[in-house]
Design a protein around this ligand. Structure first.
Ligand code: HEC
Length: 149
């Protein structure tokens, strides 16, 4: 019995802590190295939208919360801190909470296969892309420009 606390301690150490902001800062000036078109969209499609997709109703998301939809840039920029804290690597934290271990092999299916996992280098790039992208000018208005005076 006296070994149980030690076992619990080790389990906690292995789980890698809690989601933590990576502290990643976009270089100034923004180098524009990582963009939605050359990085973000593909990252999200490869690793995240299996569950975090706006086309998926609650029952087909394998538990992913509603309003965390990463199939558009707008969706990503609605929760940039959460993404950084779950998936990014930077000076202050290494977050490998997402994706989880089991994924659907087709959109909306049951989790029947191992999730593809980003490399640590990709996680660093994700944190930098998010840090930069959130400060860039965006206009998500559907008729932007059309009705503008
Ligand atoms: C197999 C389905 C699945 C995939 C793939 C997946 N997630 Fe999740 N995600 C979940 C589930 C389930 C939760 C809720 C439980 C949890 O937070 O661990 C969640 C929660 C989250 C949250 C919300 C945490 C909060 O603050 O409430 C974020 C942010 C997130 N995921 C980001 C991502 C990112 C980024 C990716 C891709 C790298 C990803 N997820 C891939 C299932 C998934």
């Amino acid at each position: 019995m006296k070994h149980i606390p030690l076992v619990l301690l080790l389990l906690c150490a292995c789980s890698g802590g809690d989601p933590t902001p990576t502290g990643t800062v976009c270089p100034d000036p923004d180098p524009m190295t990582l963009t939605y078109d050359n990085f973000g969209r593909e990252f999200m499609t490869k690793y995240c939208t299996w569950c975090h997709d706006s086309s998926l109703p609650r029952s087909k998301r394998n538990g992913a919360p509603l309003y965390h939809d990463f199939d558009t840039l707008l969706g990503v920029l609605q929760v940039p801190d959460h993404i950084d804290e779950e998936t990014g690597i930077g000076p202050d934290a290494t977050n490998r909470f997402m994706p989880p271990d089991r994924c659907p092999s087709e959109l909306g299916g049951v989790a029947n296969t191992n999730c593809a996992k980003p490399t640590d280098e990709e996680r660093k790039q994700l944190a930098e892309w998010i840090a930069c992208e959130r400060n860039r000018p965006h206009n998500f208005n559907v008729d932007a420009g059309v009705d503008a005076p």
